[in-house]
Design a protein around this ligand. Structure first.
Ligand SMILES: Nc1ncnc2c1ncn2[C@@H]1O[C@H](COP(=O)(O)OP(=O)(O)OP(=O)(O)O)[C@@H](O)[C@H]1O
Length: 230
């Protein structure tokens, strides 16, 4: 599903690598928890996997395609076809309805639209119900939704059209423990239905037990190791 080799990235103007990962892979349908302290580079790595950040060196294959070899529009099209992304701040579009936010990826990807089935609206509603969005929220402006409700809309948007890989960036950080655990279980169910792999980022280790495997970014990332140790 995902194969990373000698992947290096630094932010413009920085001398040190932010990401320097010799080896990392994810199997199809695997659910992996990626942890690490605030600022260690978790979102940066997700941005690289999504092709939002561009690697300086190395390779990053998703389903056999090297994302680092794709330029601009091709990379955007690949992301739209194969990846779902739940952003840390959700990034819902305030001028679109709840349903239009959820179906948005299908506007950018014919493949996602086909996989979502004939009735897009129905599939969007099914996902929202499966993720326990209260019924009376379906017709509310997204700006009037609570954080937990926005999170469910963002998750439904990421899942529509069965992406091969779902990237989730601390989507539960604003929730209490009970709501968080329930949401993760629903998210896992829908990932299984869609046949998606899941890479879930959090600094909250108490969530680890929900996942097939747990990885610490500082252990994976040589950039986090002082150079005299290497
Ligand atoms: N757009 C950017 N330009 C320059 N530096 C950035 C940018 N985004 C993040 N960084 C820097 O990269 C480092 C890693 O940030 P990142 O957001 O990836 O960490 P994180 O582990 O996801 O943190 P958190 O758990 O707080 O979300 C930080 O030092 C941050 O200042």
């Amino acid at each position: 599903m995902l194969l990373i080799k000698d992947l290096r990235f630094r932010w413009p103007g920085q001398e040190q690598w932010q990401i320097d990962i010799p080896d990392f892979s994810l199997e199809a349908k695997e659910r992996v928890f990626l942890k690490g302290a605030s600022g260690c580079g978790k979102s940066t790595l997700l941005g690289l996997i999504a092709g939002i950040n561009t690697a300086d060196q190395g390779s990053l294959h998703i389903q056999g395609t090297d994302l680092t070899a794709l330029k601009g529009a091709k990379r955007d099209a690949f992301r739209a076809d194969h990846l779902g992304y739940i952003f840390q701040q959700f990034n819902l579009l305030p001028y679109l309805s709840v349903i239009d936010n959820v179906t948005l990826p299908c506007r950018f990807s014919k493949a996602r639209k086909e996989k979502a089935g004939e009735n897009l609206q129905q599939e969007a509603e099914r996902l929202l119900r499966a993720l326990a969005l209260p019924e009376n929220c379906l017709n509310k402006p997204v700006t009037e939704l609570s954080i937990g409700q926005q999170q469910r809309v963002a998750a439904a948007r990421a899942l529509i059209g069965k992406p091969a890989l779902l990237l989730a960036d601390e989507p539960t950080s604003a929730l209490d423990a009970d709501t968080r655990n329930a949401f993760i279980s629903l998210l896992m169910n829908e990932c299984e239905n869609a046949g998606s792999s899941l890479l879930f980022v959090s600094h909250d280790s108490s969530l680890e037990s929900h996942f097939d495997r747990s990885i610490s970014l500082p252990e994976l990332n040589r950039a986090a190791i002082p150079t005299e140790v290497l």
